[in-house]
Structures are given as C-alpha cells and as structure tokens.
Design a protein around this ligand. Structure first.
Ligand code: HAM
Length: 419
C-alpha cells in the first residue's frame, strides 16, 4: 500500500459538521453587511507580489517572511494573497470604481500566510471583511465599528473587547517613529534580538513584542496619541464621541499599531480572552493613503477583516452554533415497485421544499430504519407493498417512535404540519 498523502501543515479541511456553523456565520454576516449597504466583491486569490509589497509594506512580517511567493511560467513574481484589502483596492481602481464615488464592498475567502501554525493561527485561513471608499468623516469609522458590534450581537457572541487607537497621518507617524527610535536606542540593552532588528526597519512593531522585558519597557515608551496632528486628534475625538453615543464600548490602547503599514488614523481590534494566544478575531482601520500609493487619486478608505476560524472557535465555545438539522424526511422502501414509487415520492417532496433522502439499496426495513435514525431526519416515510396497493404510507416520527398512516395524496400537507 502506498503512503497516504497528507494536507499541507497549517491548511485545514473544513468538514460538513463544522460547515453548518461556517454557513450560519457567512449568512449572518452577509445579512448584516446588506443592512448597512455593502455589496459583495470577488477578487483573485493570486496577485502580483508587488501589490502586497507596496500596500502592506516591505518591512512588515507578512511581506518579509510570510508570503507564499513564486514565479509563474512567465517568470512573473506572484503571491497568494495574505489579506484582502490590497486586492480589493486594486480591483476597485482597475475597474474605475473610485472616480468621486462612494463604495461599500465586502468579501470573503481564503488567505495565506506562512506563519508557525498553532491553535488559531493557520497557513491557509479565511477572512470575511469589508472596505468602504470615498468617505473621510469620523461618522464612517463609527459606523463600520458599530457594524462589527451589531454582527457579534446577531451571532450571539459576548465578552469581546474593542481596542481602539489612532495612528495619525504618515507625517505625524514619522515624528512618532523618530521619537520611538530615540527611546529604544536609549534602552538597547533591554531589547531582544527580534526588537533590535525591528529598531531599524519598523520600530512601531516593537510595541507588539511578546518578550517580557520588552513589554515592560513598552509601558514607558512614548504614546502615539501625544504625536497626533491636530486634524487626526480631532477626528479621533469625534470617533470616540460617536461610539459613546451609539453605546459601543471600547478601550483606547495606544500600543495597538497593527501589522500592516497602510493604516492612518483610526485602527481597531476585537479581542477575546477565550481563545488563548491568538486573541484577535477582527482587525481593521482607516487607510486614507493606500489608493494613492497604488496609483489612484487620493481616496479615503476604511475596512476590517474577521478571522473566520477564530470567530467560529469562539462561537463554538459560547454555543452560538445551532446544530442544524440537515434532513426532513427519510423514505424507507422495500421491493422493486416501492423503490420506483420511493424515488417519485422523494422528487415530489423535494419540489415541495422538504429535504428528503430515499434509501438506496435493498436492505430490510429494520436496517433502513436505523439508517433513517442516523440520517438526522425528523420523519421516516415507510413504503411497503401493502401500503402502496392502498395508496397509503406509514409515517414514523424518529424522535418519539410514534407511527401513523396517511394517504399519498395528503402526505405533503401532513408532513408540513408535522415538521
Ligand atoms: P489582520 O489583522 O492581519 O488584518 O487580519 C484580520 C484577522 O484575520 C485577524 O484579526 C485574525 O482574526 C485573522 N488572521 C490573521 N492571520 C491569521 C492566521 N494566520 N490564522 C488565522 N487567522 C488569522 C488584515 O488582514 C487587514 N486586511 C484587515 C483590514 C481590512 N484592514 C482594513 N481593511
């Protein structure tokens, strides 16, 4: 026997039992997005590597060491998308959607990052997210954040915390970066190897360090909020005021810098204590400079991405995934004539909206009824030779074992009443 081929590390199968919960999440999110005026967009999973390098930033972990990058047969450098924003901006630009227009777009699909796999962190994972273009006002930031809050409520999720920060403009962030560099340079001896590397390339990322000594040092680091330009400070105050007014609870966390370079002004993350180290279920923020970086006219924008695996894990912990019953009716039949009648009846029931399986194969009633039990159907409809001759069927409620008879003509009505 040859070896079984295994899936790639960090890339998971999503099995039918779990998919009930995935679909509940997807349908609920799509419904909430629609209520806020968002429309779906679908973009390729593979893009030119340069798109991600220019958007996410050359010195970010994602671009430096996590992308699945390869040369295609033409010699072009391509990458599997590590996130959704860059592709959506490229598509909106390329399709001429951003000329003085307002767009609210949502998307979902697989993303790829070559990270060290662990619980809640995978190499193929799935995001559902949205991007809104053409509105610079704080009202939009508040609306987008309030939408996420509404989504958790609709899914039945509780005990998630909203962290909020402002990263200002590129200019104000450069001033903050200089101050941070000076601060960390003065405490070089307390930095671990990773932070020392980041000191030159991306000092803001040191604020995210998990190293104990560096975390302690970070408490004394300058706060980005002291370096905001006046307009950004005003914008941030307005976002907070609007969230307060909408009753959306948040914590201001000046250490929240996010792992992608395109952000300006508001950034946010929703976290939970219930998932261990990978605690962020949703992250996003404003990126007013990205469209221009990618060759478009200056266009304000904001968005977020939800990690579906993490959110589903949390939904399971909090019992938010209803076990969906997959079947209504299982038809049990015996004999050639009954097999034909069973298939015709199954078609008729399906036409009337009843999810129906007709037993395949000629086993006895007893083993068919066992299969019916295991199928998850609510009702078994039993077709025997005698019943067929009289135009009658037996109905068995699988939960209680209660049996009754009904005429074929009235079966659809009777089943609808019972289900
Ligand atoms: P992100 O914070 O990199 O942002 O990812 C968003 C979410 O995706 C995270 O909060 C997490 O739940 C999930 N996630 C990220 N990496 C993994 C992984 N390796 N395994 C499982 N889940 C993961 C973005 O991607 C931005 N594009 C969000 C955005 C949209 N900002 C503006 N618009």
């Amino acid at each position: 026997m040859s070896d079984k081929i295994q899936a790639i590390r960090g890339m998971n199968d999503i099995l039918p039992d779990d998919l009930d919960c995935w679909q509940f999440l997807e349908e609920t999110a799509a419904e909430v997005f629609r209520l806020y005026g968002y429309r779906e967009i679908r973009v390729p999973v593979v893009e030119k590597t340069e798109l991600f390098a220019r958007s996410i930033g050359q010195s970010t972990d994602i671009v430096e060491k996590e992308m699945y990058t390869f040369q295609d047969r033409n010699g072009d450098s391509l990458s599997l998308r590590p996130e959704g924003t860059a592709g959506v901006v490229r598509a909106a630009l390329q399709n001429g959607m951003l000329h003085n227009a307002v767009h609210r777009l949502w998307y979902t699909g697989p993303m790829f990052r070559h990270e060290r796999p662990q619980k809640g962190r995978y190499r193929q994972f799935h995001q559902i997210g949205l991007e809104a273009f053409g509105m610079a006002e704080a009202e939009l930031d508040a609306e987008v954040i309030a939408l996420t809050d509404a989504l958790w409520k609709k899914l039945g999720i509780s005990d998630v915390v909203l962290q909020l920060n402002s990263l200002g403009t590129r200019v104000s962030r450069q001033r903050y970066r200089d101050a941070l560099t000076e601060f960390y340079t003065g405490h070089r001896e307390r930095l671990d190897e990773d932070s020392l590397r980041r000191l030159d390339s991306n000092p803001l990322r040191i604020l995210d360090s998990k190293d104990r000594q560096v975390s302690e040092l970070n408490r004394a680091a300058p706060s980005i909020l002291d370096y905001l330009d006046d307009d950004s400070a005003e914008h941030f105050a307005r976002v907070r005021e609007l969230l307060d007014d909408l009753g959306v609870v948040y914590t201001v966390n000046p250490g929240l810098v996010r792992g992608l370079d395109y952000y300006t002004r508001s950034v946010f993350e929703w976290t939970t204590d219930e998932l261990g180290a990978q605690s962020a279920i949703c992250g996003g923020g404003r990126y007013d400079g990205l469209v221009e970086t990618l060759g478009g006219k200056p266009t304000p924008a904001i968005g977020f991405g939800i990690g579906k695996e993490r959110l589903i894990e949390l939904m399971k912990i909090q019992s938010c995934c209803e076990p969906a019953s997959m079947l209504d009716v299982y038809i049990v039949q015996s004999g050639d004539a009954a097999a034909k009648a069973g298939m015709r009846l199954a078609g008729q029931l399906r036409e009337n909206g009843l999810r129906t399986l007709c037993n395949v194969g000629s086993t006895g009633f007893k083993s068919q009824l066992k299969r019916a039990d295991r199928s998850g159907a609510a009702i078994a409809v039993i077709l025997g030779e005698d019943e067929l001759a009289n135009g009658m069927v037996t109905i068995k409620e699988l939960a209680t074992g209660e049996q009754s008879t009904a005429s074929m003509d009235q079966l659809v009505d009777v089943l609808h009443q019972r289900l």
